[in-house]
Design a protein around this ligand. Structure first.
Ligand code: GDP
Ligand code: MG
Length: 722
């Protein structure tokens, strides 16, 4: 027996679904993911007139064609789970645009109620909407609400209950799409009838429309159901597509969309909307947009806003980052004092606590970034950024919204790819999103900077600023070109048409901002945290084991005793000698470890890029975190501990070392900029892309790519300069 009613909240992004959802469910909600994809699924429950309601907040969509994951998820949910009522949340201040989706619900024939939201905003703009009239023309109940205050929500739920008790099943609306398309649909009828299994799930004519719209999911399903029928159907679609191209220069999808808008226009015709203010008075949002998307001022303001987001994310979070760092170092000191030296202590300190510190260290940055993004998103400014940047990014197969992940990852040198990868959530098309999250690690994150600074400072000290600038420029060029390459090969596919209106500006609510920020941060901790800890221990083991043999240990002990005999105790010479022995022991242990052995073995390949085994080991260590490259190089050059903030001793050593020269330094720099991202980023890529396959791809692709670049630089440089 089914007692609770399921209600799905659908609607355009920013129509107010989540606000309504929060109002309905309050704290009785939880966030999960839709199976197999990384789109958030929010579910909650509430009670109305002693009826239990299960409420699902669907992802925001502009259409129901499978152009993006969100659209697919929303559609699949409605089709497979058959909610008792679909509540279409419509932004009253943007009625025409929002009704485009409502129109598609009508075509699909679902039990629909329209929640006409933001009537307060519409009113402020002088719009009065006759909901009765609108409802009659569409053939559905329309209830005006203000989700933010909860006004009208009771009436909405009344309407929901009434509809759920209705005995008639809703029929798909029959829209006309122009003579060419209509004729084709008529021709397709016979073959569509062969698709029995699909017809049991979807309305038949709707299937025809989706095939004409080139809907990937439906095309595949049709092919799986009946290959022959599908072949004929697609051939017929091609035919009309060619014809329409030839005669009108448009695609069937555009033709169909035009007719939907035509239908909406006819619904809205006269009497539905009245404007109280007439004349050329501009609304506040339009007035703001005059400045904010101005040809010259727009980009300038955007640069400032993005820079502010960047500064906010990385500067203001430092207090918390430092605080966490000292907290974890306190734990380490405590463990150090409590436990005897040995493998357990070493694992606890270098594996567990450092690993946990690694996980937590990113939390403030992620929190600050998502807070900043939530402000931009909720206020409506993000849509303007995407709008302005889309031209450039579109050229590289990306989307205007890709700009933020790039900036956060180090587009302004010094970012971090972990929040960058997570920031790709603002992208809606799966392929554009993947292309973005696979290329953001090419940016110069804050952890690569000390390494680049060390090498530039040592070998190109005369042109430090210039080289740093070039490194940033190169990162952008490489990332964008790599994205283009991916979009032309493994991620081939149409760019999503830029269907993004500019939503009106709004003041974000504090509650909304905090909910957004917290949900996303918590997901990072929950999803990535445990894996990161595990891998951290693994890397520690790789750089530590198998350790030195007793014989080797005895050798170093003997050397120490010898030194103590030779020099007077407490003297400077003795300290120096002992330090030297410690450093040699550390080097030998590192070289002997599994990581070290790999580094040595890889020299036979890396030599083509001029990279020796010591650097190899450091690069392997860099997989833990890029700043580790410096400390590992220090050990590998038998210098003992080298701090990434003060690497003068290492710099001197490299400058004097005959195997190093500017060409090699350049090759190493290029390699460090582009090889496998650190493992925290890799874990985040896996979680965000929804599969470890992409994480593995990222490591392999980047390392291979970096290697080719480094070999190129080295060989060319050697030819010219050496
Ligand atoms: P979603 O993308 O559909 O989930 O939209 P949200 O629920 O996140 O709402 C987008 C913005 O609209 C938020 O800043 C809300 O505070 C605001 N909002 C939602 N409903 C109303 C309303 O009825 N009136 C006003 N003035 N603002 C609203
Ligand atoms: Mg939402």
């Amino acid at each position: 027996m089914k007692t609770a009613l399921t209600i799905a909240l659908a609607g355009n992004p920013n129509a107010g679904k989540t606000t309504l959802f929060n109002h309905l469910t309050g704290a009785r909600q939880h966030v999960g993911n839709y199976p197999g994809v990384t789109v958030e699924q929010k579910e909650g429950c509430c009670l109305h007139k002693s009826k239990g309601l299960r409420v699902v907040d669907l992802p925001g969509t502009y259409s129901l064609t499978a152009y993006s994951v969100e659209e697919l998820v929303a559609r699949d949910f409605i089709i497979n789970e058959k909610p008792d009522v679909v509540v279409d949340v419509v932004d009253a201040s943007n009625l025409e645009r929002n009704l485009y989706l409502s129109c598609q619900f009508l075509e699909l024939g679902v039990p629909l109620i329209i929640a006409l939201n933001m009537v307060d905003v519409a009113e402020k703009r002088g719009l009065a909407i006759n909901t009765e009239e609108l409802g009659q023309r569409l053939g559905v109940t329309v209830v005006p609400i203000i989700a933010r205050t909860g006004k009208g929500v009771d009436e909405l739920l009344d309407a929901v209950l009434r509809l759920s008790e209705a005995t008639t099943t809703p029929q798909p609306a029959f829209l006309r799409y122009g003579s060419d398309v209509d004729e084709t649909l008529a021709d397709m009828r016979e073959d569509l009838e062969l698709l029995d299994e699909l017809r049991a799930i979807y309305p038949q004519r709707w299937l025809g429309v989706k095939l004409l719209e080139n809907d990937e999911q439906i095309v595949q399903k049709a092919q799986a159901t009946s290959p022959e029928a599908a072949k004929r159907l697609l051939a017929r679609c091609d035919e009309v597509a060619n014809h329409l191209q030839h005669t009108l220069g448009i695609y069937p999808e555009a033709m169909i969309a035009d007719h939907r808008y035509g239908y909406i226009k006819s619904v809205m015709h006269k009497g539905v909307v009245t404007r109280k203010f007439v004349g050329d008075r501009l609304y506040t949002s339009d007035r703001i947009d005059k400045v904010v998307t101005h040809r010259l001022l727009g980009p300038l303001i955007m640069a400032l806003v993005l820079f502010a987001l960047y500064t906010f994310t990385f500067s203001y979070s430092t207090v918390m980052v430092d605080w966490l760092a000292s907290f974890f170092s306190l734990i380490n000191t405590t463990i150090d004092g409590l436990l005897p030296d040995g493998p357990v202590k070493s694992m606890l300190i270098s594996g567990v606590v450092d690993g946990m510190g690694g996980v937590m260290g990113f939390v403030p940055i992620i929190m600050f970034m998502f807070f900043g993004i939530a402000v931009l998103e909720d206020s409506g400014y993000l849509a303007r950024v995407a709008f302005m940047m889309d031209r450039i990014f579109h050229f590289f197969g990306l989307h205007g919204s890709s700009v933020m992940p790039f900036i956060v990852s180090g587009g302004i040198a010094g970012g971090c790819a972990v929040p960058g990868v997570m920031a790709t959530r603002t992208l809606r098309s799966p392929k554009e999103r993947l292309a973005t999250l696979l290329t953001v690690p090419f940016m110069n994150c804050g952890a690569k900077l000390p390494v680049l600074t060390l090498l530039i400072g040592t070998f190109f000290s005369a042109h430090q600023a210039r080289y740093m600038f070039l490194a940033t420029l190169l990162a952008w060029i490489v990332a964008l070109c790599a994205a283009k390459l991916l979009r032309m090969t493994v991620l081939r596919g149409e760019s999503t048409p830029f269907v993004m209106e500019l939503p009106p500006y709004r003041f974000p609510t504090i509650k909304g901002l905090f909910i957004h920020t917290w949900e996303r941060t918590w997901q990072y901790m929950k999803k990535a945290g445990t894996v990161i800890l595990g891998i951290s221990i693994l890397i520690w083991a790789m750089m530590t084991y198998p350790g030195l043999s007793d014989q080797d240990l005895a050798h170093f002990d003997a050397a120490r005793q010898q030194a103590e005999k030779t020099y007077t105790s407490g003297s400077e010479e003795l300290n120096q000698a002992l330090g030297k022995i410690d450093a040699d022991q550390a080097l030998m242990r590192l070289k002997h470890s599994y990581g070290g052995r790999i580094g040595v073995a890889f020299e036979q390949f890396s030599q083509y890029a001029g990279i020796d085994w010591r650097t190899n080991i450091a690069l392997i260590g860099g997989f833990a975190a890029k700043e580790v490259i410096i400390s590992t190089l220090g050990t590998a050059y038998s210098l003992g501990e080298v701090d990434s903030d003060d690497s003068t001793s290492l710099s001197d050593r490299l400058a004097k070392d005959s195997s190093w020269n500017p060409v090699k330094a350049l090759a190493v720099m290029v390699f460090i900029m582009f090889y496998a991202p650190c493992f925290v980023t890799v874990v985040c890529i896996a979680k965000e892309a929804g599969s470890w396959k992409w994480a593995a791809f990222s490591m392999a692709f980047n390392t291979f790519f970096a290697f080719i670049m480094a070999v190129g630089v080295y060989q060319l440089g050697a030819l010219i300069y050496l």
